[in-house]
Design a protein around this ligand. Sequence first.
Ligand code: F6R
Length: 484
Amino acid sequence: MKIIVASNKETASRNAAHMVQDAIGKKPNTVFLFPTGSTPLPLYELLAERVKSGKLSFAHAMSFNLDEYLGIDVNHPESYHSFMENNFFSKVDFKKNSNNVPEANPKDPEKFCEEYEEKINKYGIDLAIIGIGRNGHIAFNEPGTSFDSITHVTDLTKSTIEANARFFKSEKEVPKKAITTGLKTISSAQKIILLAFGEDKAQAIKDTVEGEITEKVPASILQKHNDVTLILDIASASKLKKTETLPPTLSDIRLYSEFNLPKNKTIVVFSPHPDDAPICAGALVTALAKENTVHEIILTTGHRAVAKNCNSMNDRITTRENEAREESKILGTKLHFLRAHFYDSNDIEEEDLKKLRNLMKTINPDIALLPQKGDTHPTHILSRKIALSSLPHKVELWSYESPWALFGHKAFNAAFEFPKELMKSKLEAIRKHVSQTERTRFDTAAETIASFRRITIAEQFFSELGKKPIDTEPYLELFHISQW
Ligand code: F6R
């Protein structure tokens, strides 16, 4: 299972909308299986906006719905027919008769179920979008439903009736039966997206992802499917302990936050000068160090840049290395000093490379942070070069920007959004390099860049059709992620 955790449901729904758009882009006559409920509403709204602006069309697509209350008047505002019509179908451009919702009052419900299942099998579902109940139900397949179930009539459980009472005048009014596609029907979809938002879904999500595959948790059947993506907000993902999660992708930018970073990895951060790690990537490094082992490699001594109170080169080196030690305690890294000769000779020397290669052999990193390809500072250019030469070809590279060279348009593909508290520790870490900040306010530069990035990147990449950009934390650090 692929599990995407977004910092809020708006961002999550944007990611889902991209996936729907992708599906239609690849196959205009995509056959969908759609949910009702509160969860898909932001997604339906986004899709409707895209259709309105001409960016997306369902004109060749077809759909089935997961379920419908049995015995409800189809014109009742809470029938799933009304729900779909009011929230989606009336706002998009499906052709007439291409939307199938189970009948609410079929003459012979059993026969109707058979026909509905047959029709689904005839066309085949390309993309199922589903929600999940607090008890782990999907569609109206309540706990205990057979994994082999197909479209059938079902009794709703007390928990579902209670949960859905919010849509009716009273609990009494909630229908007690429904027609629902079965767990086998849903599993027949080529691709499944499950959306879940809010804390009251957290246990169901944990049971679905990390629990055993059991009919007691209907959604756990998804563990057996080979193309399932869960798109969650932080609250619904909050009980996942074991599972690695992914960031949402918006306009081809992966949007990382503290809640969807890599876990249990070995990471190296190459810092050309002693203070580059906190200046360029201090927030990300601090966040990564909480659930990974992070090694910070200070490549050069930076002795030339100490202005005050130091007569000898050794004193200057000691000053800078002591500052780095203080900073590393804040970031949470394990520190290594390379003292590379290329700092003074301006050329990579065999001895430096040998030392670094040996260090990489011992550390054996999964991920490496290093200056981006377009950095213009001579020490950063050489640092990237030596870092790459020392790394085995399996490492994931996260190239960062520095105040000397910001990324050009689309030269990055990932952003890390972070809150004020993390900016506070990033600044504290930068300010441990007193010999530097007393000459040049790198703290101010780093804070300004991160807040400028939040403003402009959000407007360029995280806004939708002239709407206000999605909410993110107030700061961004940018990265280009690639495979080495
Ligand atoms: C809806 C459906 C249900 C809902 C689930 C979550 O067609 O089949 O399984 O997806 O009950 O409902 P919400 O989204 O309202 O929390």
